[in-house]
Ligand binder design. Structure first.
Ligand code: LRH
Ligand code: MN
Ligand code: MN
Length: 424
């Protein structure tokens, strides 16, 4: 289901006066609102295909209604989100959940919806029906060379699909590790993984990046072979210039200082991209900004400062992806909230005056440094985001319009109550 231009215009018309009042108030308080709005319009966040259905836990999955059951329908859902906010112009696929049967037709559909294919994700953390060898004891780290080869071949196949679709990066997340002391030789597991990743790396086209995603624990509960940013950084450094670390916000031990990790990876030219989500306890995969919005702002403050210091392009030099999926919300509404939260944090980070902050740091003026950060964080930037949406042809209130048009009800009519998405 797609929206018409008229539906969006009528919705905006009705909200315009209120929006203008809100906008005048904020834009009067900040310098160069126009430049900031331009940056907001350009900033796009990729939607993971697996977040379009309700996610589950190991205790169960409560499917939503009218979920997209084909890859085409997944593209349509992201296309709809992009119409509503003009900020989600890309989709990230997971193989084998999203095997493209007709790449040409998919590319055409994506172009119609104004979508790009972001990072391709491989999956060696589940056994697939008919698969010859099991990943029960790992994939790229496995003690058996034949299992490693099967996992390598899968990753190379994922690159092939990505090439057909015009993607330019591969994200490798491994569940590899061990559940009990003594189960694994850490050095051998690391070296096997490095050798396997090296073969996959060699199959990457020149213009591609490899993102090595780390995660502290789960599904393994004693050791994980790519368990933290240090291990990911080691792999990425040894692999070469096309390999980078990917930071998933939910993949750290409690209280990790993620903004510091981000700053240092950026400094070392090894930060590749993000999986945005939020959590209170572990890899909860909750809506971005729903639990720790100040942390998200601090991360973006490091990103803006670090990227500007290195002359990087905010829109394309890092991979911006969401990785969230849970049981209780309409996934499309949830994704609209996540994109909004990311852009709020980005806008607030753009408000930090780098010169004033540097001077405060030089003078050890701790109070002023904190005031500068919190002044930016406490600014209500939502009217700036709305202004960017209005200018880009999106809806002033994306969730409001989604509900007003009863989009979910329409999707249920089109796809049926029990249409279930492939994925987590
Ligand atoms: C692992 C992870 C990884 C997977 C996705 C489905 O927890 O974050 O990125 O590919 O979930
Ligand atoms: Mn992830
Ligand atoms: Mn995760």
């Amino acid at each position: 289901m797609l929206l018409t231009k008229l539906q969006i215009e009528q919705h905006n018309e009705a909200l315009l006066k209120q929006h203008q009042r809100n906008f005048e108030f904020v834009s009067g308080c900040i310098p160069n609102a126009d430049a900031l709005i331009k940056k907001l319009i350009d900033f796009q966040v990729a939607i993971p295909s697996w977040a379009l259905g309700n996610g589950g836990t190991r205790f169960g999955r409560f499917a939503g209604k009218g979920e997209p059951s084909t890859l085409e329908q997944k593209l349509e859902d992201v296309g709809l989100l992009h119409q509503l906010n003009r900020s989600s112009g890309a989709i990230s696929l997971h193989i084998p959940w999203d095997i493209p049967k007709d790449a040409g037709a998919l590319k055409q559909l994506a172009a119609q919806l104004d979508l790009k294919f972001d990072a391709m994700n491989s999956n060696t953390f589940q056994d697939q029906p008919g698969q010859q060898l099991s990943y029960k004891f790992g994939s790229l780290q496995h003690v058996d060379k034949a299992v490693r080869q099967q996992a390598i071949d899968h990753n190379i196949e994922v690159i092939k699909y990505g090439k057909e679709l015009g993607a330019e990066s591969l994200t490798v997340w491994l569940a590899d590790g061990s559940c009990f002391p003594g189960q694994l030789n850490f050095r051998k597991a690391f070296n096997n993984t490095l050798d396997s990743l090296g073969i996959i790396y060699d199959a990457l086209p020149d213009n591609w990046k490899m993102f090595v995603e780390y995660k502290a624990y789960e599904p393994n509960f004693y050791s994980t072979t790519v368990g933290d940013w240090g291990q990911s950084y080691l792999f990425a450094s040894k692999l070469g210039d096309k390999a980078y670390t990917l930071v998933d916000l939910g993949h750290h031990l409690p209280n990790a200082n993620i903004e510091q990790i981000v700053a240092l990876l950026l400094n070392e030219k090894k930060l590749g991209g993000f999986h945005f989500n939020d959590s209170k306890y572990g890899d909860d995969d909750l809506t971005v900004g729903s639990i720790k919005p100040y942390q998200l702002f601090l991360i973006f403050k490091e990103l803006v400062e670090g990227m500007d210091a290195r002359g990087m392009d905010h829109t394309k030099d890092l991979g911006w992806m969401i990785d969230a999926s849970h049981n209780v919300k309409d996934p499309l509404e949830d994704l609209l909230q996540s994109v909004e939260a990311i852009k709020i944090a980005y806008a607030q980070a753009l408000l930090v005056d780098p010169k004033k902050l540097e001077a405060a740091q030089q003078n050890n003026d701790v109070v002023l440094a904190q005031e500068l950060l919190q002044g930016a964080y406490r600014t209500d930037v939502r009217p700036l985001l709305a202004a960017a949406r209005l200018k880009a042809g999106a809806a002033l209130d994306p969730i409001g319009l989604y509900r007003q048009l009863k989009v979910r009800e329409q999707l249920v009519k089109e796809r049926g109550e029990h249409a279930v998405a492939t994925g987590l």
